[in-house]
Write a protein that binds this ligand. Structure first.
Ligand code: HEC
Length: 135
C-alpha cells in the first residue's frame, strides 16, 4: 500500500505542474488530457511495461496495447490469449479498462494476466488516458 502511494506521488505532481502551466482556457481540456496521459505513463512504466511493450509492433509476455481502447478483447493476431479472455465478450472502453486495472481476475476469472490492483480512481484515470494515446 505504502509503495503504491509513493509511486503515485510523482505522477500527481506532474499533473498539477502541467495543469498549472495550461494558459489558454480553450485548450484546457486538451492540456489536462495530455497531463493525465503523462502521469499515466509513469504508472504504466511501473506496473505494466514489464509485460506490455510500448513498441507498437511487439507482443512481449503480454499482448501489445496499441489501439486497445475501443477494441474487442483478445483480438491481437497471433497472440496466445487465454480462453477466458477470448470468450469474455469485452470491448475495452473506459469502464471495462477501469474494472480490469482494478482487479483483472475478478473481471475475467481465469485470465493469464497476473493480478493487478490499482484501485485509486485518479490513478486509473491517468493510466487509461495514457492507454488511449497508444495508437
Ligand atoms: C505479469 C505480466 C503482466 C503485467 C504486469 C500486466 N499485464 Fe496486462 N496482460 C498480460 C497477459 C499475459 C495478458 C493476456 C491475458 C489473457 O490472455 O488472459 C494481458 C492482457 C491485457 C489486456 C487485454 C489486451 C487485449 O488485447 O485484450 C489489457 C488491456 C492489459 N493487459 C492491460 C494491462 C495494464 C494496464 C497493466 C498495468 C496496470 C498490465 N496489463 C500489467 C500480462 C501482464
Amino acid at each position: 500500500m505504502k509503495m503504491k502511494t509513493l509511486l503515485l506521488a510523482p505522477a500527481m505532481a506532474l499533473v498539477l505542474a502541467n495543469t498549472a502551466q495550461a494558459g489558454d482556457p480553450d485548450n484546457y481540456a486538451a492540456d489536462s488530457e495530455a497531463a493525465m496521459a503523462a502521469a499515466g505513463e509513469i504508472i504504466f512504466n511501473h506496473n505494466c511495461k514489464a509485460c506490455h511493450s510500448s513498441d507498437a509492433s511487439k507482443n512481449t509476455f503480454g499482448p501489445r496495447l496499441h489501439g486497445v481502447f475501443g477494441r474487442k478483447a483478445a483480438s491481437v493476431p497471433r497472440y496466445a490469449y487465454s480462453d477466458a479472455l477470448k470468450n469474455s465478450g469485452i470491448t475495452w472502453d473506459q469502464k471495462k479498462l477501469r474494472q480490469w486495472i482494478n482487479a483483472n481476475d475478478l473481471l475475467v476469472p481465469g485470465t493469464r494476466m497476473r493480478h493487478v490492483n490499482i484501485n485509486d480512481e485518479a490513478a486509473q484515470d491517468y493510466l487509461i488516458a495514457f492507454i488511449k494515446t497508444l495508437k
